[in-house]
Each structure stands twice: as structure tokens, then as C-alpha cells.
Design a protein around this ligand. Structure first.
Ligand code: GLC
Length: 534
């Protein structure tokens, strides 16, 4: 924890608690499992962890349906377990960011239960979005975004029917969340990842909008995404965070928004008095194409630079097909909505080669990068999970037409020869692991210098040594070329997305390569870091 603006350059590792490590053998990962294995993350060289939700929840959307924002669900442990995790992480020099889910509560939240028993127009109903008539708005998970209650009114849920949207024009809602922020800040967290940050305010004229909202990148102009009034909420939260930062300036408290909007619009969430970071979904959704990648990198650096914020970069998370599988498809293939038995399968070897190159490209960029648990193993998606195991509400709500996100959420392989590949004390895993996961287990990779984890570890060490999180990027390849080449100070990068090998400049000292056995030539789908020999 060396720098007070750590978040500008941080590599932040997303832990999906259900699937990281299971300490009690019930098949679901838990907080103690995380605490026990934090050392593995420190040795990787990351700066911070982000924990997906572990709060009390009926688990209808894997914890993104919260019924008590200030307690730990017994599935994951206790508040005391959380405190131990936090203390251990801090001892090890890791910052801890937790997930805040302000767009909706669970239908099991006491407020929603009160709203259901209260009358139309009551203060209890005004905390949510109840109306006498539904609109034509669609849920992100499929079907109408409105559900009728017994007295005839309808409530809005942009996600599952069990996730009623809160009314962010209600003073009760604002006060409740300020309390939630303070509760966790007082416990010592370093910040928040804000779920659906672009969705809190809805156009209160409720205009017609029949289009289906996209899951990963929201369309502009929807009456429930990216409304100007959301920014005022983040300004008020920033003031709360700044209070804590002022009390201990060595520990700035930060916010990162999940604002699934286009690049110039995302930058509005990170103006100096709002959030610190926002996810760069346009980068995640860019195909493996040199011109497209160059364009999104330039656009991101320009847009974030204009407001004085760092750009962030991300390739995988718990909502998308893992990049090791996504990149194993030909261009334009519809892998975004999940993969299952009977679907075209990715080329696993090609996917891994490209994923390693893509990760090295990302880690060479200035700003902050987000890693999703398992990507350091080169882990593919579970692309042949039998459908009866699926738990993502998308699968049911979209009438079994979209496989959804379970394939990216499978418990991690730690030990190739152990039960459940060492995920937990027992045999149980809440989602089945593919048999092929044994090959990717951490224990095998730890002893193999050219393994994917070895590559990530070396990349993070070099990123630190050359201070790659800061400074400018200078292109040395031409626009339109199939090769991306740039300089980051002394360190230079060549990422070859074209069909032909590229010769390394004479006298180049190779620092790291995404493919083994690279010497004078950089092959297709390979990224190298090099410097001129002194
Ligand atoms: C965010 C989460 C996703 C969840 C949704 C609703 O997009 O990342 O997992 O389903 O919000 O809370």
C-alpha cells in the first residue's frame, strides 16, 4: 500500500465469493475460504480485491438481490468472518472493495414486504416504483419489466421479478444507502463497486420504450439508463467517501461504477467530484481486431484523460463469457449470451493463445485493470454445462433461449488431483466443474514457468517495475496495421493480430512473451514486451 492514489494504476482482482474457495465443504465458496487463500493473490502481484455480493440474500440472482445490506449471508459466513478477511487483506497489503447494489433490493427486503402490505400511494410504496399501469419496458433478463401485485398496482424490476427497482427520488432510499456506505466504511473497506450505476434514475414521465435492453452495453436514450440525475447521487456519495479519506489521507476510499454506457458517456461518471473509476465495457466488447482495439484504446484515453480520471480495462467478469473462450470463436460469433451443449464450441487452444496475448496487451496500458478470478489460470468458460444445473435467471426468463452466465461462474480449480479440484473440503460444488478444469489447476501451473499464471505474475511484476499504470502511450505502429505496437517509456509492446509473423527489432531484449519459444519473431496472436538493449 505505497501510494495514496493507488486506484489510478491498480490491478484489481474480482473475487466471486461463491466460486473462489469453500472452507466448510457445502459446495459454495465463503469468506473464510477467501481469507485462507489470500496469499495466492498476493503472490500474483495484484493491488486490490473486489468482492461480489456476500450480503443476506435469497440468492435469486446470486446475491445481487440483497435483503440486508449490512449483514453477511450465512451461506458466506458472518460479519466477524468479514472483519477477519479485511484485516488479513490489509496485513498483506491488499485493498478491499465491496459491491454495492443500489438499483434494486431483493423482494425479500423488509422494505418491499412492507410496500406489499401497504396501500397504493403510501410512503412504503414510494420507496419503489409502483404504478397503476405498466409501460412497455422490458427486463434485462427478459419479459416485461413490470409485475402486478394483488391490489392491481404494478412494480418495476429492470432485472428479475425478485429485484424490485428502488425509487431514487425518495429521501428514505437516499438516507438508507448513505447509512450503508458508512456502515462498511466504518468497518474499514477501501471502497465500492457500484452495481448498475447507470440505472438508478428513471425518466418519471415513463415514456414508451419497447426495445430489449442489452445486458452488457446499454443503448443510449433508454428512459431508465444514464439519466442526468444519477450524477447528483454520486456527488453526494463522493462527499461521504471524501470525509473518510480526509480523516486518513493515506487511505483514499474509492468508488468504481458499473455504468454500461459508451466511452464518452462513461467519462461523465468519473468527473472529479463523482466516482474514481468506471468499468470500460466498450473495451471488453471490442473484437480481436487491431484497428478496433486501437480505436477503443485511443477513445478511452482521450475521454478519461479529459476529466482527469484513469482509464480502466477489463476482459472478463461474472456476467460475460470468459475471454479465453470468447476469443476462441471466429469474429462476429454470438458467444455473448452464454454457451451450452449443442452450441458451436470455441477453439480452446486458439482462445487461450489469444486470451494470453489480450491480457498482456491490457496489462501494458496506462490506468487500472480489472482481472476476474480464474483468468490468471487461462480458465475457459464451462461451455458444456448440462442445462439442468443452470441457475442464472436469464435462462428461465428468456424462455431457455439464452444459456446465460453460469459458465463463467464455475468453482475454481486449485489442485488438479483433489476432489472438486481442491475448491473445497468436500466433493460438492454449487455448479458442476468440467472435467477439463484439472488441466488448468493452480498447483500444476505454479511449477510451470511458461504457465498462464507465470505469465500474469511476470507481467504484474514488470508493470510495477516500469510503472506502466502511469504515463502516456505512444503508438509505433501505423493506424490500420494488423499489428499493435507502442512504447510505454522504456518498455515497448508488440501485439500481433495479423496473419504473418513480425520480426522483433534488432537488438531487442525480450522481457516477456504471451507465447512460449518466441525469439526473433512474434507469431500471430502473440504479445511481447521488449526494450532496446542498453
Ligand atoms: C449487474 C451485475 C449482475 C447482476 C445485475 C443485477 O450487472 O454485475 O451480475 O445480475 O447487475 O443486479
Amino acid at each position: 500500500m505505497d501510494s495514496i492514489d493507488w486506484w489510478r494504476t491498480a490491478v484489481i482482482y474480482q473475487i466471486y465469493p461463491r466460486s473462489f474457495a469453500d472452507s466448510n465443504g457445502d459446495g459454495v465458496g465463503d469468506l473464510n475460504g477467501i481469507t485462507e487463500r489470500l496469499d495466492a493473490l498476493v503472490s500474483l502481484g495484484i493491488d486490490a480485491i473486489w468482492l461480489s455480493p456476500f450480503y443476506r440474500s435469497p440468492q435469486a440472482d446470486a446475491g445481487y438481490d440483497v435483503s440486508d445490506y449490512c449483514d453477511v449471508d450465512p451461506l458466506f459466513g458472518t460479519l466477524a468472518d468479514f472483519d477477519r478477511l479485511l484485516a488479513r487483506a490489509h496485513d498483506l497489503g491488499l485493498r478491499v472493495i465491496i459491491d454495492l447494489v443500489p438499483n434494486h433490493t431483493s423482494s425479500g427486503h423488509p422494505w418491499f414486504e412492507e410496500a406489499l402490505t401497504a396501500a397504493a400511494g403510501s410512503p412504503e410504496r414510494q420507496r419503489y416504483l409502483f404504478r397503476d399501469e405498466p409501460t412497455d419496458w422490458q427486463s434485462v433478463f427478459g419479459g416485461s419489466a413490470w409485475t402486478q401485485v394483488p391490489d392491481g398496482q404494478w412494480y418495476l424490476h429492470l432485472y428479475d421479478v425478485s429485484q424490485p427497482d428502488l425509487n431514487w427520488r425518495s429521501a428514505d432510499v437516499r438516507a438508507m444507502f448513505e447509512g450503508v456506505l458508512r456502515f462498511w466504511l466504518d468497518r474499514g473497506v477501501d471502497g465500492f463497486r457500484v452495481d448498475v450505476a447507470h440505472g438508478l434514475i428513471k425518466d418519471d414521465t415513463f415514456p414508451s420504450y419497447p426495445e430489449t435492453p442489452l445486458g452488457v452495453l446499454a443503448k443510449a436514450n433508454a428512459p431508465y439508463w444514464d439519466q442526468d440525475e444519477v450524477h447528483e447521487i454520486y456527488r453526494s456519495w463522493r462527499a461521504v467517501l471524501d470525509e473518510y479519506t480526509a480523516a486518513d489521507p493515506s487511505r483514499p476510499r474509492v468508488m468504481c461504477g458499473e455504468a454500461n454506457v459508451s466511452v464518452p458517456r462513461t467519462a461523465r461518471y468519473v468527473r472529479p467530484d463523482e466516482m474514481h473509476q468506471t468499468f470500460n465495457f466498450p473495451y471488453l466488447t471490442t473484437p480481436w481486431d487491431a484497428s478496433a482495439l486501437r480505436a477503443v484504446i485511443d477513445a478511452s484515453l482521450a475521454a478519461y484523460g479529459e476529466v482527469g480520471a484513469p482509464s480502466t480495462w477489463v476482459l472478463s467478469n461474472h456476467d460475460v463469457v470468459r475471454h479465453a473462450s470468447r476469443l476462441g470463436y471466429p469474429p462476429d460469433s454470438p458467444a455473448g449470451a452464454g454457451i451450452g451443449i449443442g452450441d458451436p464450441q470455441p477453439d480452446e487452444e486458439l482462445g487461450l493463445r489469444r486470451a494470453r496475448a489480450a491480457s498482456m496487451l491490457m496489462l501494458a496500458l496506462p490506468g487500472s485493470a480489472y482481472l476476474y478470478q480464474g483468468e490468471e489460470l487461462g480458465l475457459p468458460e464451462h461451455t458444456e454445462m448440462p442445462d439442468q444445473f443452470r441457475q442464472d435467471p436469464n435462462w428461465v426468463r428468456k424462455n431457455y433461449t439464452e444459456r446465460g452466465r453460469d459458465g463463467a461462474r464455475v468453482p475454481l480449480p486449485w489442485i488438479s488431483s483433489a476432489m472438486a479440484f481442491g475448491f473445497g473440503a468436500g466433493e460438492a460444488t454449487w455448479l458442476p466443474q468440467p472435467t477439463g478444469y484439472g488441466r488448468y489447476a493452480r498447483d500444476l501451473q505454479e511449477v510451470e514457468p511458461t504457465s498462464t499464471i507465470g505469465m500474469y505474475r511476470s507481467a504484474l511484476a514488470l508493470r510495477h517495475e516500469f510503472d506502466l499504470g502511469r504515463g502516456d502511450l505512444e503508438w509505433t505502429s501505423e493506424p490500420g496495421a494488423a499489428v499493435l505496437a507502442f512504447r510505454r517509456g522504456e518498455l515497448q509492446v508488440i501485439c500481433n493480430l495479423g496473419p504473418d509473423p513480425v520480426r522483433l527489432p534488432a537488438g531487442a531484449e525480450l522481457l516477456l512473451s504471451s507465447s512460449p519459444d518466441v525469439e526473433a519473431q512474434v507469431p500471430t496472436d502473440c504479445c511481447v514486451w521488449w526494450r532496446a538493449q542498453p
